[in-house]
Ligand binder design. Structure first.
Ligand code: GLY
Length: 384
């Protein structure tokens, strides 16, 4: 069946789900206009906009979600909230004591999208500054973008890269195009090549953290479990960052090696998620008990699979990737979405990591769920 036929066959569900998103979010957009939520407590969005909370790496997703809804509906309530969030997020520039690699998550889908939709020059500059800060984290000897600052469980992290960064480098591709300077793209590709070699394993599973020699390229000193179960397991959100991230690197560069890598990770993700009725576990190699899930991995992977379906030539692959995205989204909608007016979040059962904070609503679950449904509705707009 062709891409168009599959969409047509699922049109009623897509339209109905989009309507539910709009019904709920048009109300919550007004209610949470002056907050930057991460999760909910007793049904109410919490607020990460105060003090150092403004530095939370997830602080772009609420504004980003508002822009997705604006693109899909044209409704002013979403634009007003997105603009307010961007204004609130400016406080991060005052509190930022050390910059990190997550600037793409914070600004590319808020200011970056605002600029691309409206031409707002202040938004363009916010995004450019963020891109420059990400560039500055590139280790020219080790050939990777470092992740965090300071220490993690007592270990110095200056030589560490993480798979999540594949979703932050699209801001570099954008900066290159925007100012006509190829250096940003070259750095993004060096990082993507490292990640393809060192993070993605031969079977399509993924290392979360890789430790490098900071003085030489192509040296892996070790790996760490990070947010997954163990050093040899596969954290499902890490796999979904890789799936969507390599797909995006292919879209921006047209380098086939990134497409092949995205497909390799996709095959692994699909094989593992099918085992649990299309509801992704937190880690694909975790013990059978406790059975932890992570809805955010499903939402991110669905976005990646839909983009993969659009970008592969082969009709069988197109059909597979699109159908699996629909299986995952439908399974999550049926089992994990809360459409009630008494709860500000939508997608439940997100998990931060194997060690803590499982099975809760997390803002980027809602963001990627809405992005996926908007893609299925047929928008050409790509936030990343
Ligand atoms: N980027 C951190 C996470 O996925 O939890």
């Amino acid at each position: 069946m062709s891409y168009t036929n599959i969409i047509e066959q699922n049109q009623a569900w897509i339209d109905e789900t989009w309507q539910k998103l709009d019904d709920k979010l048009s109300r919550v957009a007004v209610k949470s206009r002056y907050k930057i939520p991460y999760t909910t407590k007793n049904g109410e969005h919490n607020d990460c906009s105060k003090g150092k909370g403004i530095l939370t790496w997830t602080n772009g997703f609420w504004g980003g979600l508002m822009w997705q809804m604006y693109v899909g509906t044209g409704k002013e309530c979403y634009k007003l909230t997105a603009e307010q969030v961007e204004k609130t997020l400016d406080n991060a520039f005052s509190y930022m004591d050390s910059w990190h690699h997550d600037v793409g998550f914070m600004w590319h889908i808020t200011s970056g999208v605002n600029y691309r939709l409206t031409g707002n020059v202040a938004s363009k500059n916010r995004n450019l500054i963020s891109a420059m800060s990400l560039m500055s984290r590139y280790n020219v000897d080790g050939e990777f973008i470092r992740c965090w600052n300071g220490t993690w469980h007592g270990e110095d992290v200056s030589g560490w890269s993480i798979i999540d960064c594949m979703m932050n480098i699209p801001i570099l591709y954008w900066a290159s195009k925007e100012i006509g300077d190829t250096r940003f793209t070259k750095v993004a590709m060096r990082h993507a090549d490292m990640s393809m070699r060192d993070h993605v394993r031969a079977d399509g599973s993924v290392n979360h953290i890789v430790m490098h020699d900071t003085n030489k390229p192509n040296t892996v000193l070790g790996v760490r479990a990070g947010q997954g179960y163990s050093e040899t397991s596969c954290w499902s959100r890490g796999a979904s960052w890789a799936l969507y991230g390599f797909t995006l690197s292919y879209i921006h560069t047209k380098e086939d090696r990134y497409l092949q890598t995205a497909k390799k990770v996709a095959e692994y993700f699909i094989k593992e998620t099918e085992k649990t009725a299309w509801l992704p576990r937190l880690d694909f190699r975790q013990p059978e008990e406790p059975l932890y899930y992570d809805s955010t991995a499903g939402a991110i992977a669905s976005c990646g699979l839909i983009e993969l379906a659009k970008n592969v030539e082969n009709e069988t692959e197109k059909e597979k990737y699109l159908s699996v995205a629909l299986h995952i989204l439908k399974a999550m909608e049926k089992n994990w979405c809360n459409w009630s007016e008494n709860e500000d979040s939508i997608l439940q059962m997100g998990s931060l990591m194997y060690e803590k904070e499982q099975h809760m609503p997390i803002i980027y679950g809602d963001y990627f769920f809405a992005e996926a449904i908007l893609k299925l509705k047929g928008t050409d707009f790509l936030a990343w």
